[in-house]
Ligand binder design. Structure first.
Ligand code: MD3
Ligand code: FE
Length: 204
């Protein structure tokens, strides 16, 4: 039992130091093929502060004209995203037991001073699938709210190697990243925090 919404599960240090290093190497290889880029808010075109890339057959992005969506190719290079590393697909099978695997693993890179405002991830057709998150590098203050914007929130500090699974009701609750504890970890070569989120996009 915890005070988080139904379906929220936290696995502290699911990945040990060697596995975290292997994941960082996988990210490094992935972003060689599909470099980090900046997405923009729909309609306003305001740039987001968190740089992103993806693994998988579908990658998440957003721009002014077409808004939030999943696309098979990197918007700047036109090339496919690198495949989702096996270590991550094994994690998905282990913690979700969901019958189909995710098409997308979003890679968020939080540099010094970046944060992510309150939002609900609602661009996936498969609303029954959980979302699985892996934290690497500097810790972050993650805040979980309820189904309505502006309600009470509960904070949890996420550390490198932590895994969070959002299923059930928690999948449609507002959440945000309010602070990065910049410089507390040396795992990410250029500093900051990498967050990986696996998502099932299409219906099985
Ligand atoms: C709760 N990322 O990429 S991961 C995101 O730490 C995102 O970078 C945060 O929110 C991060 O969309 C939080 C944990 C997470 C991921 C997806 C969720 C929590 C979620 C979807 C629904 C509810
Ligand atoms: Fe989110």
């Amino acid at each position: 039992m915890n005070d988080f919404p139904d379906g929220f599960a936290h696995y502290p240090i699911y990945f040990d130091a060697d596995q975290q290093q292997a994941l960082i190497e996988a990210v490094r290889a992935g972003v060689k093929q599909a470099p980090f880029f900046i997405s923009h808010m729909p309609r306003t075109g305001t740039p987001m502060s968190v740089a992103l890339s993806n693994f998988g057959t579908l990658g998440w992005m957003s721009d002014k004209d077409q808004g939030y969506r999943y696309v098979p190719h990197h918007p700047a290079t036109g090339k496919p995203w690198a495949p989702i590393p096996k270590l991550l697909l094994d994690l998905w099978d282990d913690v979700t037991g969901y019958p189909v695997q995710p098409e997308c693993c979003l890679i968020n890179w939080y540099k010094e001073g970046t944060k992510m405002g309150a939002h609900i991830d609602n661009d996936e057709q498969d609303a029954k699938a959980p979302v699985v998150s892996i934290s690497l590098g500097d810790p972050a203050m993650f805040r979980m709210g309820g189904p309505q914007r502006g309600g009470p929130t509960k904070g949890i500090k996420l550390f490198s190697g932590d895994v969070v699974v959002m299923a059930g009701a928690s999948r449609f609750c507002y959440h945000s990243v309010s602070k990065i504890f910049y410089g507390e970890s040396a795992l990410v070569p250029k500093g900051g925090r990498i967050n990986l989120t696996m998502r099932r996009v299409n219906l099985p």
